[in-house]
Design a protein around this ligand. Structure first.
Ligand code: MN
Length: 287
């Protein structure tokens, strides 16, 4: 990704982000979906737990970059409301092992994280889906509106979408790759909608309301959509050709991306190794 005015660096070849705030390094990963195999078993497909692979990949990144803190950007587990048998075992084991490698672990709740609390060992901090601010970056899962204070951050970082780009060659073969998406966002429009959803009824400029009610300067200009850390998961093809009104995609991506203030057509797509693929709108002809 291009040089940023703030410290927001994707970890090369991994779906992870390193944030530096003063001297503190935070490693961010999104969408672990521990236990997704169980949902396949319900369909009659039985594969052994893939959690050990997920864990060893994460431990390798932690050992290489030595962050002070690990932040999981939502969807730790796969089953949405209930807890599957395997999750009773896999989720606590996963976090106990992680806690032995990195001193501080935080989890921002996603839409799959119903009843997550009893599964997390002591020492893991749970953060509301309204998000967390680190320096100039506002982080939240993306299935729901974040806290209005996030509008004071230059960049927002979300998960939830599991963005992938799909290419189809003339033979009909399909290649699908996880991608980073970086989009411009109209801060004023986004702030206006967010404030309205938060219950603020006023015709005044969103920047003034933010200043008065939240002591926040409206600054948001970019949004980064993280690839899912779990490589086995299906993703949302961001460059899918438009069919009709694309209602299904729009339903899934969450209120911020759906708000009309984020320009997805002009958004940039990058492979995990940093290769710039092009703008999402241009890539549609290839899907
Ligand atoms: Mn999600």
């Amino acid at each position: 990704m291009p040089e940023e005015p703030f410290d927001l660096v994707p970890v090369r070849s991994h779906p992870a982000l390193l944030l530096k705030e003063k001297s503190k390094k935070t490693l961010v990963v999104a969408d672990l979906h521990i236990g997704w195999e169980v949902s396949l078993a319900e369909e009659g497909v039985y594969i052994p737990s893939q959690t050990p692979k997920l864990l060893s990949r994460l431990i390798r990144i932690i050992e290489a970059y030595k962050p002070d803190c690990l932040l999981v950007l939502g969807d730790v587990k796969h089953a949405i409301a209930k807890i599957e048998m395997e999750e009773w075992r896999d989720v606590p084991n996963f976090f106990e092992r992680v806690l032995r490698t990195v001193g501080e672990v935080k989890v921002i709740l996603g839409n799959h994280d119903g009843n997550l609390e009893p599964l997390l060992p002591e020492g893991v901090e749970i953060i509301s889906p309204r998000g967390l601010i680190l320096g100039d970056v506002g982080l939240f899962h993306g299935h729901t509106w974040p806290h209005p204070e996030m509008m004071g951050c230059r960049s927002l970082v979300v998960g939830h979408v599991h963005p992938v780009v799909t290419f189809r060659d003339p033979m009909g073969f399909r290649i699908t790759r996880r991608v980073w998406i970086r989009a411009k966002c109209k801060g004023r429009d986004l702030a206006r909608l967010l404030l309205r959803r938060t219950g603020v009824r006023s015709r005044r400029e969103p920047s003034e309301i933010l200043k008065d009610l939240y002591k926040t300067e409206l600054r948001v200009s970019h949004i980064v959509i993280m690839p899912s850390f779990n490589e086995f998961l299906g993703g949302q093809t961001v460059n899918r050709r438009k069919i009709g009104r694309e209602s299904k995609f729009r339903e899934f991506i969450g209120p911020v991306l759906r708000s009309g203030s984020v320009d997805l057509e002009e958004a940039e797509a990058y492979l995990l190794d940093g290769t710039f693929l092009g703008k999402v709108g241009q890539l549609r002809t290839l899907s």
